[in-house]
Design a protein around this ligand. Structure first.
Ligand code: ASP
Ligand code: MG
Length: 405
């Protein structure tokens, strides 16, 4: 098999960890596979570099930020190549430009345009191991670019697609995706197999194991991902693939939550065409991501508009809307930054009726008030008071039969 193995920050976090990682590569090579590796920076390193720049200047330019943070991955790639060589393996480190990652010129959030990796394939065919820096590439002018935090997952999937790998193994410090956060209930269990769409929902809800973009990319090119732990390399993790008919279809696959939410309500706004645009255009222009939106039925031509934003953006959003209140003709802007989102996720929802209803009943039985609701084909999300998150997650996990599966 041809495999791209990606190792996250904790898997290259120290010389000890790099040695363990090199052994994983060696074993897969000896099992007869062709291997290319993608690495993150040593854990904590990217944050350290960002802090250095902040200590130097209030406004470091994005170009120099990318030049700076891209060095983290070069250190870990070279160290891993050195260790592989010590074990007698032909290994070569490549930075983003050397590995052929061409990106656009959006510094700090560049997107990959092509990966010109024939030279890497040639190495792999000879049994050598290219060790590629994740997270980075080069734009059309030769500037170093980076892909945004967590971007080495996306590098790994892009490389797997480019070298036509059979699978992309993503090694991290957890052994897969769980039915819910094991810190909330010890009855959570590992999911063996999940579809790209479900994984996208988990990732965008803040399950930080995979960068959301990497899942979208894998889905587009049908690249299987095996999420697994470098601390327990013999344990199978979670396979992320296209939905197949053999997948067991329980009503739901898992329960996710996100505390990073705040809720804002604009009260008494005239219910006229264009009003939602007038509210949300300035919010979007300020770079704030609006998520769940609810508009009430209007009374006497006035309505309330409620929506959620990331908690970090709460104060900025309130300020922005307070400034707009007069021009919007709104009666008041109020907010609550102690709400959270709880979601049930699963492709099984497509074939089981009444899943949403069951969720609402379970929450009602626990006396939890639902503030907002939104659904997609494979997800139902409710917004509730943050203090009920754990209770809600446990109750749903149990009611949908996920306890101790
Ligand atoms: N080192 C980068 C970060 O910390 C990229 C990555 O690890 O995926 O965000
Ligand atoms: Mg990561």
């Amino acid at each position: 098999m041809r495999i791209v193995q990606k190792f996250g920050g904790t898997s290259v976090g120290s010389l000890e960890r790099i040695k363990k990682t090199a052994m994983i590569v060696k074993q897969s090579l000896e099992a007869g596979n062709e291997i290319a590796v993608v690495v993150s920076a040593m854990s904590g390193e990217t944050n350290r570099l960002i802090q250095l720049a902040k200590d130097m200047s209030d406004e470091p330019t994005p170009r120099e930020m990318d030049a700076l943070v891209a060095t983290g991955e070069q250190v870990s790639a070279a160290l891993l190549a050195i260790e592989l060589q010590r074990l007698g393996i032909a290994a070569y480190s490549f930075n983003g430009a050397q590995a052929g990652f061409k990106t656009n010129d959006s510094f700090e959030r560049a997107s990959i345009q092509t990966v010109e990796s024939d030279h890497l394939i040639a190495h792999m065919k000879k049994g050598a191991v290219p060790v590629v820096t994740g997270f980075q590439g080069v734009d059309q002018h030769g500037n170093i670019t980076t892909l945004g935090r967590g971007g080495s997952d996306t590098s790994a999937v892009a490389l797997a697609i480019a070298v036509k790998a059979d699978i992309c193994d993503i090694y991290t410090d957890v052994d897969g995706i769980y039915t819910t956060d094991p810190r909330i209930t010890n009855k959570a269990s590992k999911i063996d197999h999940i579809s790209y769409e479900e994984m996208l929902e988990f990732a965008s809800l803040g399950a930080k194991v995979l960068q959301t973009r990497s899942v979208g990319l894998a889905m587009r090119y049908n690249m299987p991902i095996h999420l697994r732990s470098s601390f327990e390399p013999d344990v199978l993790g979670t396979m992320v693939t296209k939905e197949d008919c053999q997948m067991e279809r329980a009503e739901i696959t898992g329960v996710a939550y996100n505390r990073d939410e705040a809720k804002i309500t604009i009260q008494g706004i005239p219910d006229q065409p264009g009003i939602a645009g007038n509210v949300f255009a300035p919010v979007a222009n300020a770079g704030i991501n609006v998520d769940v939106i609810v508009q009430n039925v209007s009374e006497d031509g006035f309505t309330d508009l409620t929506f959620t934003v990331p908690r970090n953006d709460f104060h900025a959003t309130i300020k922005l809307l307070n400034d707009l209140q007069t021009s919007l003709n709104a009666r008041a802007v109020i907010g609550d930054d102690s709400v959270a989102k709880v979601s049930i996720i699963g492709v099984g929802m497509r074939s089981h009726a009444g899943v949403a209803k069951k969720m609402f009943q379970v929450l009602a039985n626990e006396n939890i008030n639902i503030q907002m609701i939104t659904t997609s084909e494979i997800k139902v999300t409710v917004v509730l008071d943050e203090k009920y998150v754990e209770l809600a997650v446990r109750a749903l996990h149990q009611a949908f039969g996920l306890d101790g599966k």
